[in-house]
Design a protein around this ligand. Structure first.
Ligand SMILES: N[C@@H](CCC(=O)N[C@@H](CS)C(=O)NCC(=O)O)C(=O)O
Length: 249
């Protein structure tokens, strides 16, 4: 029995949903409502002390952190393989995973929050906002930097630079390779795809206009059956925030 505690819009949850669907695994999709702080409730913190989604529960055992969950699924359900075949190529995949966690995954949060999520905190007074930031075990500093009006221009510029660096690095690898680690889709592709989907959803798909192989890769991932299963109606920001509809791809 596999249960994924997650959130429709969360890019980290989308990584794991893509992985579960690629592996054709059935799972119970349990949604946590951020607006109701369900991810900060004591019973959830007992499973995931970081107070973030997703958490996978497999046969009663909680597994946390989206990349760890993907690697766990790969180990336990190898029938549909999503790793390269040799130790050296698997190390290459893990190096991409770590780079993606450190660079684009962190970067994409800044425009996501500045453009959309910050509005849900705009009406809090100082004390309530401070409490909301402090309630988040892993994100107190992030929320404090964001404040109730969004990140500074410098922060936003730095995130777009980090995303551009990712695009450049991926373009080099994808020129001549179908997927990031060669001819087969791997966890590396699934790890970073949600950051690209979010860039597109926020109206920034032109960021890879000069990276034709990244564009081909993006479209190839979107054409897979795992895409509509993961990005069901109501799971992209433009489904919920109509002002994004004009600019999304
Ligand atoms: N390293 C963690 C990060 C998870 C994470 O940051 N999740 C976000 C959604 S993508 C979250 O739960 N945020 C809760 C909040 O902002 O309060 C992972 O990959 O699972």
């Amino acid at each position: 029995m596999i249960e994924l505690l997650n959130n429709a819009y969360s890019t980290c949850s989308q990584k794991v949903r893509l992985c579960l669907h690629e592996k054709q695994l059935e799972f119970r999709d349990t949604q946590l409502d951020f607006r109701k702080n369900e991810h900060l409730a004591p019973e959830y913190l007992a499973l995931n002390p970081n107070g973030v989604v997703p958490t996978l529960v497999h046969d009663g055992q909680p597994i946390v952190d989206s990349s760890v969950i993907m690697e766990y699924l790969e180990e336990v359900f190898p029938q549909v393989p999503l790793s390269p075949a040799t130790p050296v190529t698997r190390a290459d995949m893990r190096a991409w995973l770590r780079f993606f966690e450190e660079v684009p995954t962190a970067a994409i949060r800044v425009p996501s929050f500045s453009t959309i999520f910050v509005r849900h905190f705009a009406d809090l007074d100082d004390d309530a906002f401070d409490a909301a930031a402090k309630a988040r075990p892993l994100r107190t500093h992030f929320y404090q930097k964001m404040g109730r009006t969004g990140f500074s221009d410098d922060e936003v510029d730095a995130s777009f630079k980090a995303l551009s660096q990712t695009i450049e690095r991926m373009q080099k690898r994808l020129a001549g390779n179908a997927w990031l680690c060669g001819e087969r889709l791997t966890l590396a592709d699934l790890c970073v795809y949600p950051s690209f989907d979010r860039m597109a959803d926020l109206g920034h798909a032109s960021m890879w206009a000069d990276a034709p192989d990244v564009d081909r890769w993006f479209e190839a991932l979107r054409a897979r059956p795992s895409y509509p299963a993961t990005y069901y109606q109501g799971s992209r920001l433009s489904h919920r925030y109509p002002e994004l509809q004009e600019v999304s791809t």
